[in-house]
Structure formats: C-alpha cells, structure tokens
Design a protein around this ligand. Structure first.
Ligand SMILES: NC(=O)c1ccc[n+]([C@@H]2O[C@H](COP(=O)([O-])OP(=O)(O)OC[C@H]3O[C@@H](n4cnc5c(N)ncnc54)[C@H](OP(=O)(O)O)[C@@H]3O)[C@@H](O)[C@H]2O)c1
Length: 230
C-alpha cells in the first residue's frame, strides 16, 4: 500500500491531483482547511482508492504544520505534494505584515517543514512534488509577495533535490501559468478564465512525471495556455 500526502487538496489544483492519483493501492492523505470542500474531494476519489484520510490544518502557522505532521504519523510517505498556496495580489506598499507572514507560512515554511520531516523516512523511489508557478521565474507587478515566496521555494527545492539524490528520492517542480481555480476569485481585475489552463492539465503533468521510471527525474515542467501570458 502506498501513502500519498497532498496539501491544499480541498479545491483547485490539489483536488485535481488527488483525482488523478487515486488508485486501488493508494491511501490518499488529503489536507485542506475547508471541511466541506475537502469532503467533496474525498467523495470524488474514495471509490477509486484504498482509503482517504482527511487532514484539516492551517498551514499559515507552524503549530498547524506540526499538527499535520503528527496526524500523518510515522509510516513513511511514498509521495508528498506541496501544493497549498495563497496569493496576496496588491501593490507592495499595501501588503500588511500579517499577509506577508501568511504568505511565508503557507508557501514556504510549510513545504520546508514537511520536506524536512518526511523526506528522511521516504523509501528509495519515492517522490516530492512542489507546485511552484511561472511566478517562480519572473516578477509581475502587484504579485511581489507571491513571487517572493515562489522564488524562495525554487531555491529551497533545487537545493533539497540535490541533497535527496543519494536517497533516490525525486524532487519534481511544476510551474503552471494562470490556471482556472478559486485562487483568482480574490484577485482584482478582469482575468480571462478562457485563456487559463485547467487544474486537470496541471494534475496530468504531475501524473506524467510520477509515471516515469524511478531512476528518471523529470525535474521541471512548465505549462500554460498556448495563447501566452495574461
Ligand atoms: N491557479 C493558478 O493560476 C496557479 C498558477 C501557478 C501556481 N499555482 C499554485 O498552485 C497551488 C494551488 O493553487 P490553486 O490555484 O489550486 O488555488 P486554490 O483553488 O485557491 O486552492 C488553494 C489550496 O491551498 C489551501 N490553503 C490556502 N491557504 C491555506 C492555509 N492557510 N492553510 C492550509 N491550506 C491553505 C486551500 O485550502 P482551503 O481552501 O481548504 O482553505 C486550498 O486547498 C498554489 O501553490 C498556487 O500558488 C496556481
């Protein structure tokens, strides 16, 4: 039996990854905060996988990450997907310290703590998937705190990838461009959803990378709409 942990699986890209990876020999440990939305994800996958374990924790604070780690328990993971993320989109002069710290907490500290705790117990052939963004490579006006967090996760995951090679653990980085999820609901402006990719396309890229032979690391996948950046 394999054990997969996916953060931010209550909606969007995380839910699509859960749906893509559900299989009879897999226990899906699905994290979120919204119990109703996470129950919807559970409903859509539970007939196709061995077991679903819902995990409700706020990752903006280190105590929430520690509680998630405790609930996952000591059995090794075969896959960790660091997907949960937030985007504060506003001029940098207007970003509050609370928003800054929440961005650091969810987008960087949580992946760091989860990789640091779980990687040493993961067996050879297992994988870590980090959901980054095209905002890990390019700065965009009004996306400073988000870009800051994704650039930071880029450096963190590149370095950890090198440290885990000898353990035969793959670190796979995914860089989606604009993807049609709820994350855009709170972003001011008129963003054309029809020029975004779907969460299912991102999940398909994750599944493809994981399906490669265990000694092949598809290190980075960037994907976006053919029409270009928004
Ligand atoms: N959509 C895009 O255009 C896009 C593009 C590139 C990269 N990404 C990245 O893809 C990942 C998923 O984003 P998405 O588009 O699927 O967004 P989404 O639909 O807003 O989902 C975000 C997920 O993160 C969880 N989350 C947010 N704040 C949290 C907190 N404080 N504690 C615990 N969980 C928290 C949410 O949980 P609850 O809803 O249960 O609170 C939800 O499951 C993020 O890392 C994002 O940066 C998105």
């Amino acid at each position: 039996m394999k054990r997969y942990l996916i953060t931010g699986a209550s909606r969007g890209i995380g839910r699509a990854i859960a749906e893509e990876l559900a299989a009879p020999d897999v226990t899906l440990m699905l994290h979120g905060r919204d119990t109703v939305a996470l129950a919807q994800t559970r409903k859509s996958v539970e007939s196709r996988c061995a077991r679903v374990i819902p995990l409700i924790h706020d990752l903006a604070v280190t105590s929430g990450v520690s509680n998630l780690i405790a609930q996952v328990g000591s059995d090794p993971l075969d896959l960790l997907v660091n997907n949960a993320g937030i985007a504060v989109v506003k001029p940098f002069e207007e970003i509050t310290m609370i928003e800054w710290e929440q961005t650091l907490g969810v987008n960087i500290t949580a992946p760091f703590m989860l990789m640091q705790h779980f990687a040493p117990q993961m067996p050879p052939g297992s994988s870590i998937v980090n959901i980054l963004s095209v905002a890990a490579k390019t700065g965009f006006p009004n996306w400073s705190s988000y870009c800051m967090s994704k650039f930071a996760l880029e450096g963190l995951s590149q370095s950890i990838r090198e440290e885990l090679r000898d353990h035969r653990i793959r670190v796979i980085n995914i860089y989606p461009a604009a993807t049609d999820t709820d994350i855009w609901n709170n972003v001011d402006g008129n963003w054309p959803r029809d020029r975004m990719i779907s969460a299912e396309e991102v999940a398909g890229a994750v599944a493809y990378a994981l399906s490669r032979p265990a000694d092949v690391m598809l290190e980075n996948i960037t994907l976006g709409n053919l029409s270009g950046d928004l």
